[in-house]
Design a protein. Structure first.
Length: 132
């Protein structure tokens, strides 16, 4: 019965068997007990599953000290500078603590986008931000 319930718990809700259907399956296997006993077992098993969370249900919140980390990504944008169309690279920064975002435009895609960005220099507190 326990194996059946474990298999059933992984199925979509609409495909799971009710306690009545499980009872009928047990009867087909030769079970001669009462339905209410099966119903109580299913109820207790479900309660036990709620109390003991599975590993897939674990949530670990991430915490970042202010000003120490950020996420970085870049994009290509087309702009007109002095009447001339030009493709530029835009660095997108999101601070991990505050989730604030800012962007910086660069003429080309190089390591300098990250290495010499405003975040790569120590801030007022002497902390250098690490990029994820």
């Amino acid at each position: 019965m326990k194996q059946w319930l474990e298999v059933e718990s992984r199925l979509p809700k609409k495909q799971r068997r009710t306690a009545q259907r499980l009872f009928e399956g047990l009867q087909a296997e030769g079970y001669r007990g009462a339905y209410d006993r099966v119903q109580r077992y299913v109820k207790d098993w479900k309660l036990e599953q709620k109390i003991t969370p599975a590993l897939t249900k674990v949530f670990i919140p991430l915490a970042f000290p202010p000003g120490e980390t950020c996420q970085f990504d870049w994009s290509e944008e087309f702009v007109e500078l002095g009447g001339i169309g030009r493709k530029i690279k835009v660095g997108h920064f999101r601070l991990s603590y505050s989730r604030k975002m800012f962007v910086v435009a660069y003429p080309c895609e190089t390591q300098e986008m990250v290495r010499y960005s405003p975040l790569s220099r120590p801030n007022n507190h002497g902390i250098k931000i690490e990029l994820d």
